[in-house]
Design a binder for this molecule. Structure first.
Ligand code: HEC
Length: 158
């Protein structure tokens, strides 16, 4: 097939022409505050399910090595927790009390206690230390309650 030289010239020109419109760069906006609230509520519920699910194994003196996966999840959640309470989420429909922001150092201290307790829980699980795990289980439980006491409001009436 014979291609018209004029067409070829046009094709060559088009291929080396200056780039067309630059690609649209998607600018990642931060998470919307209500998405952060939804995510932290989900994480709290999942952490409660994971933590509660460990109880039967603790009570029957079972193999705590099987709980390492869940303990690692709790430890990771504990690392992420403080950042899930940014100023932008203050006042949204949530059980977080104003004290989370008015007494930030106190809240951070509770979160740090929780972080240390869950890290130690993971450590005891990995070691297969049932007695140590049971003691640490109680410590984590106390860390949950210790924070809720001051920083979580009662559930809204249904
Ligand atoms: C450092 C503070 C802190 C620690 C530690 C903590 N919580 Fe909470 N928790 C909160 C706050 C604040 C809320 C309210 C969050 C909201 O409504 O946005 C909450 C909410 C919850 C909720 C309700 C979630 C919902 O959907 O309304 C559950 C369940 C929960 N926590 C369980 C736990 C368990 C179990 C632990 C320990 C394994 C724990 N929390 C550790 C502060 C904490």
């Amino acid at each position: 097939m014979r291609v018209a030289p004029a067409f070829l010239a046009a094709a060559v020109l088009a291929s080396c022409a200056t780039p067309l419109t630059p690609p649209v760069v998607a600018v990642e906006a931060g998470l919307a505050p209500d998405s952060i609230v939804a995510a932290r509520k989900a994480a709290f519920m999942l952490s409660a399910a994971t933590f509660g699910g460990m109880k039967p194994v603790v009570e029957r003196g079972g193999d705590v090595k099987t709980l390492a996966f869940g303990a690692r999840g709790l430890a990771r959640w504990a690392e992420a927790l403080p950042a899930m309470f940014p100023e932008s989420t203050r006042g949204l429909a949530s059980r977080a009390k104003a004290e989370v922001w008015t007494d930030r150092p106190g809240f951070e201290a509770r979160a740090a206690t929780f972080r240390a307790a869950t890290a130690a829980l993971l450590d005891r699980a990995s070691a297969g230390d049932a007695a140590g795990f049971a003691a640490q289980y109680a410590a984590v439980n106390a860390a949950c309650d210790g924070c809720h006491e001051t920083y979580r409001a009662p559930p809204p009436p249904r």
